[in-house]
Ligand binder design. Structure first.
Ligand code: NAP
Length: 494
């Protein structure tokens, strides 16, 4: 099967400037960090259709590529691999530039199709997507900045735009006392100018997660302190555009469409300054609301199924709150990996949505009685994804198969109390992971986010229903989530 990789970005430079670099088939050695050295074979020019560039990568691989088409009118070129030490077979790529209508900027679209040896599809897709295209976007931005071409006409050349030192007004929703949704109130504040390693973001969609409710209730006071002097602002993720960047930030520029997630709450606001390492650029196909609905929950489903659960064909998986934000994604992704998926939901309407997202055996229960039905459906589960906690403890023990693994993800019904001896009877294993530990390290978040967007594009997960609330109505969003009334994801719109 042919693999397809598609990436696009916006470059903060006029189209003529970007095209002047990219139309030269041999220019990549000057701007792409992965390229060690490159030359055009024979006596041909770097913009001659049919010319072949022969280059070595810094990792030692060698590639020969031929320019197939070049259009100065459409700002488009096509090329293919003729010969390579990397097993990218029948690789054909197209690169297209378009002017961005709301400014002197350039939309750059890069896509390719290729075949790979069996079993290496994902690895080689990642090489092309991240190692070649995404790195190329960042490298070309830096190259152009170095030439001073990104500054306004008439301004001095040779230096990057500096962030403004001024704080910006931001509207936030937070609490001075822990308690119910009514504690959430809007107020005006300031988003500080980004310092070194930081990015200031104009937010357009904020993801709501069950964790925000634990924070509001005061279950994790170290994570969200709240006082009259300093209100606690919940929210772990959002999507929007980069306003400005601090020193030592690479790969991001003002105007980039981005999403972020991070371990320090504070996302319920219109503008926020966050560490650049929390931030990922968004592909054009992923809208702001979709990013806010999917980033944290999709990355969670990814690490649960791939890293912790090692789900494969025939794995039996039980997902609680199967029609919830994490639940729908976990069901669909597990099913696409070939698992037998069992889920619990509290009503028939949710059952229909869960079924449509790949949950094969849906158990409708409001009072956490499901173990017998699980045993009847599949003889016990190998992986339990449990965001319920205490109220479901005994049924969970009964629903697990021998050597099953219980992932205690959250505790919507109250903190789980589990004696280790309870696991021994069936040689069960138990873990209590937190997603922030699965996105540490350079590139980890970008890699996982990319898997989520890819899974969505390929249909391994489907877009869940999204319930939208104004930022100021965060209290209503919380009330809805904890009432068990919501299906899919909730987002706030600043
Ligand atoms: N550790 C991590 O890395 C991590 C990351 C993300 C999320 N989580 C956890 O995963 C779980 C799901 O998170 P989410 O944001 O996607 O929320 P969600 O599943 O959309 O919403 C919670 C769902 O839990 C079910 N529920 C059962 N009993 C409940 C009760 N007494 N009160 C409230 N809800 C109850 C409800 O579904 P039914 O009515 O259908 O039962 C409800 O819709 C949460 O426990 C969250 O803390 C953990």
């Amino acid at each position: 099967m042919l693999q397809r990789v598609v990436r696009s970005t916006v470059i903060d430079a006029p189209i003529e400037r970007v095209w002047a670099v990219l139309r030269d088939f041999n220019s990549h050695a000057e701007w792409h960090d992965a390229v060690e050295a490159s030359r055009i074979e024979g006596d041909e020019r770097g913009d001659q259709v049919g010319c072949v560039r022969s280059f070595t990568l810094k990792d030692g691989n060698r590639i020969r590529e031929q320019l197939l088409t070049l259009s100065d009118t459409d700002h488009r070129s096509t090329y293919c691999i003729v010969e390579a030490t990397l097993p990218l077979q029948r690789y054909v790529a197209t690169l297209t530039l378009k002017p961005v209508t709301d400014g002197n900027r350039t939309f750059w679209h890069w896509e390719s199709t290729f075949a790979t040896p069996p079993g290496r599809e994902r690895e080689l897709r990642d090489v092309v997507a991240q190692g070649v295209y995404e790195a190329g976007f960042a490298n070309l931005r830096r190259h152009l900045l170095g030439g001073g071409d990104l500054r306004a006409p008439g301004s001095p050349r040779g230096s990057a735009p500096m962030p403004t030192a001024l704080p910006l007004p931001t509207r936030r929703v937070g609490l001075t006392h822990y308690g119910g949704p009514e504690e959430l109130r809007a107020h005006e504040a300031e988003a500080p100018a980004p310092r070194a390693g930081e990015v200031r973001i104009a937010q357009r969609a904020v993801g709501v997660n069950y964790l925000d409710i634990y924070l509001r209730r005061g279950w994790l006071p170290a994570m969200l302190p709240a006082s009259d002097a300093a209100p606690g602002i919940p929210g772990m993720e959002a999507a929007g555009s980069v306003l400005d960047i601090g020193a030592q930030v690479s790969g991001l520029l003002p105007g980039d469409r981005v999403a972020y997630l991070g371990p320090v709450p504070g996302a319920y606001c219109t503008a926020r300054t966050v560490p650049a390492e929390w931030v990922v650029r968004l592909p054009a196909a992923v809208e702001d609301e979709v990013a806010a609905a999917l980033l944290l929950k999709g990355v969670t489903a990814d690490y649960l199924l791939h890293d912790l659960g090692r789900v494969q064909r025939g794995s039996r998986v039980l997902v609680h709150a199967a029609a919830g934000g994490v639940g729908l994604l976990a069901c669909a992704w597990a099913r696409s990996l070939g698992a037998v998926v069992v889920g619990t939901v509290s009503d028939e309407a949710k059952a229909r949505v869960a079924r449509a997202h790949g949950c094969e055996h849906v158990i409708v229960t409001r009072d956490y009685r499901f173990a017998d039905a699980v045993q009847r459906a599949c003889g016990g589960v190998d992986l339990l994804i449990d965001g319920l906690g205490e109220a479901a403890r005994e049924e969970n023990l009964a629903a697990l198969a021998r050597r099953g693994h219980w992932v205690s993800l959250g505790h919507a019904t109250g903190a789980l109390r589990l004696a280790p001896e309870a696991l021994g009877a069936k040689s069960l294993t138990f873990s209590q992971p937190v997603l922030f530990d699965y996105v540490t390290g350079p590139g980890q978040l970008a890699m996982r986010a990319e898997r989520v967007w890819q899974a969505l594009a390929e249909g391994a997960i489907q877009l869940p229903p999204i319930e939208r609330f104004a930022l100021d109505a965060a209290a209503a969003a919380h009330a809805r989530l904890e009432s068990r009334g919501s299906t899919g994801a909730l987002v706030l719109l600043p």
